[in-house]
Design a protein around this ligand. Sequence first.
Ligand SMILES: NC(=O)c1ccc[n+]([C@@H]2O[C@H](COP(=O)([O-])OP(=O)(O)OC[C@H]3O[C@@H](n4cnc5c(N)ncnc54)[C@H](O)[C@@H]3O)[C@@H](O)[C@H]2O)c1
Length: 314
Amino acid sequence: MPLAPTPGPAPTVDLTGKVAIVTGSGRGLGLAYATALAAAGAAVVVNDLDAEVAEKAAAGIVAAGGRAVAEAVAVGTAEAADRLVERAVSAFGRLDVLVTNAGILRDRVLWKMTDEDFDAVVDTHLRGTFTCARAAAVRMREQGDGGRLILVGSPAGQRGNFGQTNYAAAKAGVAAMARTWSMELAKAGITVNTVVPVAATAMTETIPAFAPYVAAMRDGAPLPDFLRKGEGFGTVEDCAALVPFLASDAAADVTGQCVGIGGDRLALWSHPEEIATAYADGGWTPETLAAAWHTSVGRVPQTVGIPAPRLPEA
Ligand SMILES: NC(=O)c1ccc[n+]([C@@H]2O[C@H](COP(=O)([O-])OP(=O)(O)OC[C@H]3O[C@@H](n4cnc5c(N)ncnc54)[C@H](O)[C@@H]3O)[C@@H](O)[C@H]2O)c1
């Protein structure tokens, strides 16, 4: 349902004095988030498991007039999470914003997925989000003046995706944790939201339907409207604006939400809810279920998977 925003003066998004950690921010979306947070005035701990890209990203932010330090560590463990929070505090004195962006893919269909494929993805996305958020929440609660946890989900976690058992499970878990933590941390003034981005990065630019457009974009051509609006697909910078907004006072009342961003599109994702119900006095039996399924709740089966891109006619 497209909604036209009510025109009005835009509030200032000023993060001066705020301190943020962005995991996996050496490149891709994380780098765009870190850059956008720094441009809005926040000091940023740039994290990546790749020390070279982390240092380069932090140096780039500093060269542009921002405040940033690099902390190279693989998120996942409690020790890595503690290191990141300690670095924010030692470098900048406090912690206000955590963006749990670090991520990897190990795609395989279920029957070929190894334990290692599963564990690597779950450790990075799900455990990494849990451990970093826990360490940040402890620090933010001690500080006593609120905070922001900005988690990163995915359309695959919202809908399932072929070949992504590990990733879909981890990202669905991230959204579920955000809903839970938004309740647990409300009293402390800490908001918790999930960003569901779509952008051309190392992770996505090889999607066959998008590849030629991404290649043209890299050569300076604009992405067509059917991608920017129809698919909500664009550059990492298109996604980045959402993060300083969610980190700001303007979003103090936004919590527990899954927010989609990509290209020209901003979207609010629904949360799972019962959409059809039926009742049997005294409870259901296998036989009464078999008799009633197709004429009651089974009349509205839900779709699965990310819809195929609607490409223009050739
Ligand atoms: N690109 C998209 O369209 C898209 C869509 C949905 C969700 N996402 C999510 O956005 C996030 C960023 O994706 P991206 O496309 O920018 O990916 P990317 O591969 O371009 O960048 C990910 C970064 O995370 C780092 N990283 C990986 N594991 C790490 C770890 N354990 N600790 C610290 N750093 C680690 C990598 O070195 C890399 O620099 C991921 O969580 C991804 O799942 C991306």
